[in-house]
Design a protein around this ligand. Sequence first.
Ligand code: ZN
Ligand code: FE
Length: 253
Amino acid sequence: MALKIHQFACLSDNYGYLCWDEATGRTACIDTPDADAVLRELEKLGRGLDLIMNTHWHPDHAGGNEAVKAATGAYIVGPAEVRKIAPLDHAVEDGEIVELGATRFEVMDTGGHTAGHITYYDADDGVAFVGDTLFALGCGRVFEGTHQQMWTSLSRLAVLPDATQVFCAHEYTASNARFALSVDDDPALKQRAEQVFAARERGEWTVPTTIGLEKATNPFLRAPKLAARMGLTNPQPYEAFGAVRAAKDVFKG
Ligand code: ZN
Ligand code: FE
């Protein structure tokens, strides 16, 4: 793998990511959930920072931009919506390529959680930084978009190769698993949920996940298969997704 990734936990349940292109040493952070944590991890690794890559405007993703840029001089790319709360040097669009040395990230519009949410996909390394769009056994709340838009975004991710590693921004997997078991009794889900509960008991991380694992067990990606259980007859796929999302929004688990 030409891209190296360093994952760290911060805030109450966020994951931050530093990554660097092995060929050139150029280094990026995906989002700035906590400036102090980002700078501390850089120091630990003995690395400077060239690039900040934001996925969306929420404060636990862009809130550290100003302080991290001030400390490192990093250039900031992300969706234009980041400017609502934080500095941004270049607003990227769907299909644009963000280069980190020899590593190329394709910008994918994955709006729905926020209107402008994007994913950074590095096909050569099989890596996707998905922010708050897709989670292990879950997906982001649909705050600014529609169920149809979020379903379209999740469907774009679902057609990436099964082995693609999915780096999401939160450790929500145990509560996602409790919800998933309330709407789906698939054996693969039950088995995975047991593994997730045991891993969290041991204090282990359940992120990254993979596209293949999510397609097999994530109730949001499996929504069309769960439609009958959700009380729907012949829904559009996005309507089935909407029913699962609405159930999760009120789930008390
Ligand atoms: Zn968010
Ligand atoms: Fe978040």
